[in-house]
Write a protein that binds this ligand. Structure first.
Ligand SMILES: [Zn+2]
Length: 209
């Protein structure tokens, strides 16, 4: 019986066992002369989540060069389709204004596809977009964030967090500095908390009044 494969399920929002429904393996040998050769292989798999029965595609790829010469461990690359969500998004997107929502969706796509520089820039653009929605105008984002605090849209603490985000976006845009997964995760939590307070809470309160 085929061994279950552990991978994240976007529907169950959990690392689950997946049943292997079908797989095909392809390999090729590349000869470089002087007897040196490298073997590449790809395993194409159709897998099904044991929790919710969602079907997805998994590609595993590696070569003999991916074997650690000291430990003998094989470092395989794995690609999953649909792409798995990196963050546990708990936002009601329908409450968020269209332009901010669009940047947010694109930023999350960048995160999920490991495009970290673009994700860093995207998170900064979300703050710009929030300021635009609130008609906060200034010559740069630093001053706009200060205005958000001054006008009572953000607390001093939230302002500090937004400056962290601005800095992260600036480094990504101007210094081509790739944010770490940890930095992106913190930055996303800041944005999500901000958007929840600004739009989701207002929406709920509006529907109760
Ligand atoms: Zn599932």
């Amino acid at each position: 019986m085929a061994k279950d494969i552990r991978c994240f399920c976007n529907t169950c929002r959990n690392e689950n066992n997946h049943r292997l429904l079908k797989d095909e393996t392809f390999s090729q040998i590349e000869k470089y002369g002087k007897g040196y050769e490298e073997t590449y292989w790809q395993v194409y798999q159709i897998v099904q989540c044991s929790g919710c029965d969602s079907v997805s595609f998994r590609l595993v790829f590696a070569s003999t060069e991916d074997i650690d010469p000291e430990t003998g461990t094989l470092n395989e690359g794995v690609y999953l389709f649909p792409v798995r969500d990196k963050f546990d998004v708990r936002l009601d997107f329908s409450c968020i204004p269209r332009s901010t929502r669009k940047v947010l969706r694109e930023t999350l796509k960048a995160v999920n596809n490991e495009c970290k520089i673009l994700a860093g820039i995207g998170l900064r653009v979300i703050v710009e977009s929030i300021c635009a929605e609130l008609e906060i105008k200034a010559s740069n984002l630093e001053k706009k964030i200060d205005l958000l605090i001054e006008k009572g849209f953000a607390s001093i603490k939230q302002g500090e967090q937004l400056h962290f985000l601005r800095d992260l976006g600036n480094k990504a845009a101007h210094e081509i500095n790739e944010p770490t997964n940890e930095e992106l995760s913190i930055a996303y939590e800041i944005i999500e908390a901000m958007l929840k307070v600004m739009y989701e809470f207002d929406e709920r309160r509006g529907s109760q009044s």
